[in-house]
Design a protein around this ligand. Structure first.
Ligand code: GTP
Length: 289
């Protein structure tokens, strides 16, 4: 699967999810805790057609905990339970089963009333590329089964995976596309690694990251790169370039003649952000929407 979503890809992805929906009881919608709305498919409500659903805010280990708490309230206001998790380390993953059972409780109760032994709740994980679907499937399965990778687009391939005796999970997730027509959404997706780097200009992504960091996480930026003065006028590109130059000098990204290699400095900023080296950072808040 490539990351360039054309209308044909979207139609195919949508059909694949609709086929899976026929088999399952509850949907586990995986979002990136750092950018919950930018990592959300714009048509998700329509595609999931009212299936009981929970939201998981993944990669919470990299997100700002205060902002994530705001997002949990945001989703609660929309009637959706959102749970911050870290699929890679397994933090809060044990909470998923009780929540899936709660979403399916009315069916379990009606089966019990009829004297039928309730079957395991059937679940499907859905989300955009690179949000951590395979990593979560592996955590829930308790062993390595799905292919994982740090580049978008590695999920391939329907089998059920037993999560204990009470939940069956489809072994291939539903792949959704993000809303990248919006330039800001594209920048946030690129900054977090959900869009392939080759498709965007590094310096545009780094510009966006620097500006956001100066506004919201100045201390983390200063500390990581030993910068004393940050720009005040963020509308002046020269000021932003000065930050890039400081990063390049600090990290030895210098070309002949002693000039800073701005492409390398951009890459350093983006890689450090993705690895959490500047602290736990969220790139959007409910208040911005
Ligand atoms: N820090 C952190 N990294 C995570 C977490 N969950 C997944 N990752 C990383 O994110 C990257 C993508 O994870 P995958 O599980 O391959 O994502 P996917 O959604 O299956 O991706 P596709 O196959 O592209 O659809 C990998 O490098 C994972 O190690 C998490 O909770 N925290």
């Amino acid at each position: 699967m490539t990351i360039q979503w054309f209308p044909g890809h979207m139609t195919k992805a949508r059909r694949q999810i609709e086929d899976k929906l026929k088999l399952i009881d509850v949907v586990i919608e995986l979002l990136d805790a750092r950018i919950p709305l930018s990592s959300r498919n714009p048509m998700v409500d329509e595609i999931l057609k009212g299936k009981p659903r929970m939201v998981l805010l993944n990669k919470h280990d990299l997100a700002d905990p205060g902002v994530t708490a705001e997002w949990v309230r945001y989703f609660a206001d929309q009637g959706l339970q959102a749970l911050p998790i870290d699929a890679a380390s397994g933090t809060q993953v044990k909470e998923i089963l009780p929540r899936a059972k709660a979403l399916w409780a009315h069916k379990i109760e009606s089966q019990l009333r009829k004297g039928i032994n309730p079957r395991a709740v059937r679940a499907l994980i859905v989300g955009i590329p690179n949000v951590g679907k395979s990593t979560l499937i592996n955590q829930l399965a308790g062993k390595k089964i799905a292919a994982t990778g740090d580049k978008p687009g590695v999920t391939k391939g329907q089998q059920w995976i037993k999560v204990g005796t009470e939940m069956d999970l489809l072994d291939t997730p539903g792949i959704l596309w993000p809303k990248f027509e919006d330039q800001m959404v594209g920048l946030r997706l690129a900054a977090t690694g959900a869009i392939k780097e080759e498709l965007l200009h590094m310096d545009d992504i780094a510009f966006f990251v620097i500006k956001y960091m100066v506004r919201h996480y100045a201390a983390g930026l200063k500390e990581r790169f030993g910068i004393e003065e940050l720009p005040e006028d963020l509308d002046d590109p020269n000021e932003v370039v000065k930050v890039m130059e400081a990063v390049g000098r600090k990290r030895g990204a210098i070309v002949s003649g002693g000039k800073v290699d701005l492409d390398k400095a951009s890459l350093i900023i983006i890689r450090d952000l993705r690895a959490g080296k500047m602290g736990r950072i969220s790139l959007e808040t409910p208040a911005e929407f």
